[in-house]
Design a protein around this ligand. Structure first.
Ligand code: WQD
Length: 335
């Protein structure tokens, strides 16, 4: 199958390209490189010994997007491209609605124009908001609490309405929990610019001496040890879920949301201790007040992924730490 991957040079996009190429699919990458580096695609080509075209473009560039569809005629789209920092979305909501929502409208319109009916969308568990119950299943009410989360919610609804209007259309909305880790080769991984917002790249930078200590954002939550609990899923497992989802999407029509997590949760301190074991030394931390907008615990119900995609996570906490650490050291050595 020929698959257009928007945002293919990103953290999850690049790991998904590896899975798609190794499965024999053809890919075309469409990426503005606003939040990623073109060199990542060279690493994917090295990893897979496969070549593929990439177009430097923004989804808002309507002519370029249509030219890409006309030239490559993809059978399906995996849509990663979008802004994704919760805090930044509060400061710049219009940028987020423009990029994430209007960008997706442009993408769906181009798909309609060029007869492409299948899409897998990179959604997020953030659409659930504060839990009414746990683990979150896909029927849990949606009440996102940030402009970023609301863009994911609105795009889910837009895609759903599109599939209702187009009987040939098929869409899978993957609601990721917390993606972490890196490819075993350490050639690709999470590469946030500036000081990481997310826990795991932050811990990796403490371990490599780039940052002085971890700030544990709250230790008074109703959790096992008072620190935040999250459902961390290895990015290689998450990438495999996209391969399963695109195969499933092209075998049915309609729209389905599916959680992608492990079904278990780990606290901040548990992750820190596991990382200390991997690096073989204690890692400094300081307890700080809670971060506004954080919830105590997030955990995925993952029965639907198993039933519909025959997918479940395979990698454990130790591998999440090991692959993250290997990638961090590779990054340090190549800088
Ligand atoms: C995890 C835990 C923090 C940093 C976010 C987005 C979500 C998704 C994944 C895009 C929490 C604690 C964190 C730090 C800490 N992204 N923490 N010190 O907030 O669960 O989810 O990333 O789709 O939309 O909201 O991930 O890694 O920021 O935090 O103690 O320096 O680690 O309080 O309990 P989060 P995170």
């Amino acid at each position: 199958m020929k698959i257009l991957v928007t945002g293919g040079a990103g953290f999850i996009g690049s790991h998904t390209l590896v899975q798609l190429l190794r499965a024999g699919h053809e890919v075309i990458v469409y990426d503005s490189f606003a939040n990623s580096k073109p060199q990542v695609l060279d690493q994917v080509k090295l990893l897979t010994s496969k070549d593929f075209p990439s177009i430097k473009g923004d989804l808002l560039e309507r002519d370029l997007l249509n030219k890409t569809f006309a030239e490559h005629r993809p059978d399906a789209v995996i849509h990663f491209a979008g802004l994704k920092a919760v805090g930044e979305s509060v400061e710049k909501p219009l940028d987020y609605y423009q990029n994430n929502v209007t960008g997706t409208l442009e993408l769906l319109t181009a798909m309609e124009t060029h007869g492409c009916h299948n899409i897998v969308f990179s959604s997020s568990a953030t659409v659930y908001g504060t839990p009414k119950y746990l683990p979150y299943d896909e029927e849990h009410p949606l009440s996102p609490e940030s402009p970023y989360g609301r863009t994911k919610f609105f795009v889910e609804k837009i895609i759903e309405d599109w599939t209702i209007s187009n009987p040939q259309a098929s869409a899978i909305l993957l609601r990721y929990f917390n993606p972490v880790g890196a490819d075993d080769s350490a050639l690709i991984g999470e590469d946030p610019s500036g000081i990481p917002n997310n826990l795991v790249p932050y811990i990796a930078q403490v371990a490599s001496g780039v940052l002085p200590h971890l700030q544990v954002l709250g230790d008074d939550y109703e959790t096992r040890d008072g620190t935040g609990e999250r459902d961390y899923v290895h990015v290689v497992d998450l990438a495999a879920a996209h391969l399963a989802a695109i195969n499933y999407a092209t075998s049915q029509t309609g729209c389905d949301a599916i959680n992608i997590g492990t079904g278990t949760s780990i606290t901040v301190m548990e992750f820190l201790k596991a990382f200390e074991k991997t690096v073989g030394k204690p890692l400094p931390y300081k307890i700080k007040p809670r971060r506004s907008g954080d919830v105590a615990k997030m955990e995925a119900k993952v029965d639907k992924a198993k039933a519909l995609l025959q997918w479940e996570s395979e990698r454990n906490l130790e591998n999440m730490c090991e692959t993250t650490w290997r990638w961090q050291r590779y990054k340090m050595s190549s800088n």
